[in-house]
Design a protein around this ligand. Structure first.
Ligand code: PLP
Length: 431
């Protein structure tokens, strides 16, 4: 049983000076009950909190730490970059190198602009798609999350679900009107929206594998169907690969599923843990971005040398070690097989979705294919399961509606530890 008096005290203190005590809502554990653990350090597969507790990591900073924490290849690159200045605000050779590397890895990207977060990437991509097409409306999918830009806080996933504010106050009616939503995996619903808004839809944006309502996979033909529809209707197809980029394959979900969008947004792994995002796509679209074109987008810290050093080291490693993806999938397959075996032993039949090194255990017996079916999960049961896993030193995402991420630091004995803890936690959650 882990004790966390120091974390509990810090959480009380944090709430006096930080809204809700955290700098990003889902960290507050509101969806699972209890107090968040305050972290001090992390190495490889382990996180260490203020009370000296050790946890095996299955969030990995919500995706970026694909090589585990404090990976030497990334840390060394950062340390080497630091003495040369933390920020120039002027162009550098490294920015060209990372742009060339991204272009070489991600099928849809011919030109790319670096920004500081996934949110900035998606906001900017939408602006460019609107500028390029001269149209205002966008289509997004229920339960997909594209960061906290106004246009995306309509039927949004991730923390917006668990906070119960999928349509956030503060987003104007005008903005909301331009965001049309469809159920994930429903090509028919998208076609109906496009028909009803003829020549008004600038972009369709989606997570090609959805990770923000728990993990939901695209059904056969869904991505290609969207590709065909966008071609017919002159709509810009945007894959938001902030989560899946460089995780599901070196070229992201678009490489894995063989469907190439017009634009892609990236984040998380691209910065190796530093605050980085990027958006890119076809030359003729990206040449609309200032100063090449008229669509304004800028950033004081964009292309920051330390962030670029971290990103460059991470992406270079992944490009040169593509066996990482088969290894990660193997590890994740054993975890998922272990969970299935546990459930069989306990007479349970919950749904598990998995693609590569991302997976979710949904506390529902229904197949989960969209937000409606994801919502059939028993979230109270999930909360008990989560807290029981935490007590056993396994750090999961504190919400039913998040995916788990496996890193290369998870070895066979940690898989066994997970599976054993999972068996006990499932039992305890049902008592
Ligand atoms: N898009 C997707 C698919 C995401 O998963 C996220 C964050 O989880 C974002 C965009 C927003 O990225 P950030 O939190 O870096 O702003």
């Amino acid at each position: 049983m882990t004790q966390a008096p120091a974390s509990n005290e810090l959480f009380q203190r944090a709430q006096k000076s930080i809204p809700g005590g955290v700098n990003s809502p889902v960290r507050a554990f509101r969806a699972v009950g209890g107090n968040p653990r305050f972290m001090v350090s992390a190495k490889g597969p382990y996180l260490y909190d203020e009370d000296g507790n050790r946890y095996v990591e299955f969030i990995n900073s919500w995706g970026p730490m694909i090589l585990g924490h404090a990976a030497e290849v990334v840390n060394e690159a950062v340390q080497k970059a630091i003495p040369n200045s933390l920020s120039f605000g002027a162009p550098t050779r490294r920015e060209i190198e990372i742009a060339e590397l991204i272009v070489s890895m991600v099928p849809s990207i011919e030109k790319v602009r670096m920004v500081n977060s996934g949110t900035e990437a998606t906001m900017s991509a939408i602006r460019v798609a609107r500028g390029f097409t001269g149209r205002d409306k966008i289509i997004k999918f229920e339960g997909n999350y594209h960061g906290h830009g106004d246009s995306f806080l309509i039927a949004a996933g991730s923390g917006a679900i668990t906070l119960g504010v999928p349509d956030s106050p503060g987003v104007t009616k005008g903005t909301a009107q331009d965001t049309l939503t469809a159920p994930y995996n429903s090509l028919d619903a998208v076609k109906a929206l496009v028909d009803a808004n003829k020549d008004q839809v600038a972009a369709i944006i989606l997570e090609p594998v959805a990770g923000n309502m728990g993990l939901v996979t695209p059904q056969q033909g869904f991505l290609q169907g969207l590709r065909d529809l966008c071609d017919q209707e002159g709509i810009v197809l945007i894959f938001d690969e902030v989560m899946t980029g460089f995780r599901l394959a070196a070229g992201g979900a678009q490489e894995l599923y063989g469907v190439t969008p017009d634009m892609s947004t990236l984040g998380k792994i691209i910065g190796g843990g530093m605050p980085v995002g990027a958006y890119g796509g076809k030359k003729e679209i990206m040449d609309f971005v200032a100063p090449a074109g008229p669509v304004y987008q800028a950033g004081t810290l964009s292309g920051n040398p330390i962030a670029m050093a971290a990103g460059m080291a991470m992406l270079t490693y992944l490009k040169e070690h593509q066996e990482v993806y088969t290894d990660l999938e193997k590890t994740t397959n054993s975890i998922v097989a272990g969970i299935k075996q546990n459930m069989q032993q306990l007479g349970l039949n919950y749904t598990i979705n998995q693609v590569g090194s991302m997976f979710s255990l949904f506390f529902t017996e229904q197949p989960v294919v969209d937000f409606e079916t994801a919502k059939t999960s028993d979230t109270a049961l999930f909360g008990r399961y989560f807290n029981s896993m935490l007590e056993k030193g396994i750090y999961l995402a504190p919400s039913q509606y998040e995916a788990l991420f496996v890193s290369t630091a998870i070895s066979g004995d940690l898989v066994d530890q997970f599976v054993q803890a999972n068996y006990e936690a499932l039992q305890e959650a049902h008592n």
